[in-house]
Design a protein. Structure first.
Length: 246
């Protein structure tokens, strides 16, 4: 900053090429510092919102910390930016939402479902172009979500493993009712098995496949993909190395 101040006191004509380069470098450093501060503030804000919600409903949150950006990348990297509307269940602090936007999915194509009032308010503020609904994820159809279209994928941040079979059926069936026949439902769990039980998969005629393991998450997470059985499924950007059919 001393160098920049000294240069600014000099006549502009005397700066020369090296002077302008030094000014540009100082300005770039300032912008970089501002970007780091903004990311730090976002990180802190996400965690404060998360822990407020966790204190109120730990079982409903189903995690000990917000999902990492590594998990956000893993659960959204299978999405094609041109797949159309994307439903996100349990958007929470917006980690997966930001990952989808970074992936190239237009913000206006996102349909964010969040039951917690504080989270829903923050999502509406942080993603003004997205469609935000504060409601039960098992009531998408009856509440008229996506009445004017159909989704190309669903990303789920809900702790389905903590839910009853009936709740799992309501939520998964509700999402698939609003998706294209070849669309997929992506979710994660901290265990090694699919969080949606075999009974639910059989009842809804779905198959499950593990598509990622994220070590850089606390705790490590496994990403799963649900799709309809017997359909000519177009794999939306999924890698060729999928394994672990359930």
């Amino acid at each position: 900053m001393f160098v920049k101040a000294k240069l600014l006191r000099a006549p502009l004509a005397e700066l020369g090429a090296s002077g302008w380069r030094m000014l540009g470098s100082a300005g770039g450093a300032a912008r970089s510092a501002a970007d780091r501060a903004a990311r730090s503030n976002l990180w802190l804000a996400e965690r404060l919102r998360f822990y407020d919600a966790w204190r109120s409903n730990p079982q409903g949150i189903g995690a000990i910390a917000p999902s990492s950006r590594a998990l956000g990348h893993a659960i959204t990297r299978h999405l094609d930016p041109d797949c159309g509307r994307v439903i996100e269940l349990g958007s929470g602090t917006g980690v997966f939402t930001r990952a989808m936007i970074k992936r190239g999915i237009p913000e206006q194509d996102l349909v964010l479902i969040e039951f917690d009032a504080a989270f829903a308010t923050s999502l509406a503020r942080d993603f003004p172009l997205a469609e935000v609904h504060r409601l039960d994820a098992g009531r998408l159809v009856e509440r008229g979500v996506l009445a004017d279209g159909i989704a190309g994928a669903t990303v789920c941040g809900l702790p389905l493993l903590n839910m009853s079979l009936r709740q799992q059926i309501r939520i998964v069936r509700s999402a698939f009712a609003l998706m294209h026949p070849s669309a997929a439902f992506y979710l994660f769990t901290y265990g090694v098995r699919c969080p949606v039980s075999r009974r639910v998969l059989d009842r809804l005629d779905l198959r499950a496949r593990k598509v990622d393991i994220v070590i850089a998450n606390a705790p490590p997470a496994h990403v799963w993909k649900l799709s309809r059985r017997g359909a000519a499924v177009r794999r939306i950007g999924a890698p060729r190395t999928d394994s672990g059919t359930h």
